[in-house]
Design a protein. Structure first.
Lengths: 109, 112
């Protein structure tokens, strides 16, 4: 059973467009992370959110943690080809980390 | 930034062979993990360790075994590889209470 549902599964956009991807669960997490993974590599941590309602910004990326700490979103402004990759969310429950299946983003020049 | 290394990066072997995937970290972290990831799929936890001489099985049933004799090393062994073991294996470590994982580059295993 997948505890974290990510949507959309695939997203292909043109350079300069904005996008939002989602990570939803029925479970409460004490923290949630977003990772980006490129082909043939391990995931790389982008951000950790801990507090319900928390918003964090990383250049053109904005991350939000839901008030109930069950869901999160990642918004990218003016996407660039370098943003292409697999975006994974992961939630920390009772001492274990659960991953979603990811959103595969392609940004075309 | 964590330094975590996996070898080999790529491995193609025949059915029935014994293989060991190596994972080493230089951060002195107690917690280490092995995940299995098939293309387009989520990461599945197959083994974890919270310190020397501590190993546990994860959610995904796996025929592999692990050992943790030293803090730095967390090798994963398949005694008799099968085509169903073909996958990417990712090692990770964390040193924080919020579970931030630092991953190695992965070992892509193909069993013919």
């Amino acid at each position: 059973t997948q505890l974290l549902e990510q949507s959309p599964q695939f997203l292909s956009i043109q350079e300069g467009e904005n996008l939002t991807v989602y990570c939803n669960s029925s479970s409460v997490f004490s923290s949630l992370q977003w990772y980006r993974q490129e082909p043939g590599e391990g995931p790389v941590l982008l951000v950790t959110v801990v507090t319900g309602g928390e918003v964090k910004k990383l250049k053109r990326l904005t991350f939000q943690f839901g008030d109930a700490r069950k869901d999160s979103s990642l918004h990218i402004t003016a996407a660039q080809p370098g943003d292409t990759g697999l975006y994974l969310c992961a939630g920390l429950g009772n001492n274990d980390m659960r991953f979603g299946a990811g959103t595969r983003l392609t940004v075309k020049p | 930034e964590a330094d975590i290394y996996q070898t080999p990066r790529y491995l193609v072997i025949g059915t029935g062979k014994k293989i060991t995937l190596e994972c080493s970290q230089t951060m002195g972290h107690d917690k280490m993990y092995w995940y299995q990831q098939d293309p387009g799929m989520e990461l599945h936890l197959i083994h974890y360790s919270y310190g020397v001489n501590s190993t546990e099985k994860g959610d995904l049933s796996s025929e592999s075994t692990v050992s943790r004799i030293r803090t730095e090393h967390f090798p994963l062994t398949l005694e008799s590889a099968r085509p169903s073991h073909t996958s990417q294996y990712l090692c990770a470590t964390t040193g924080t209470s919020v579970g931030e994982l630092f991953f190695g580059e992965g070992s892509r295993l193909t069993v013919l």
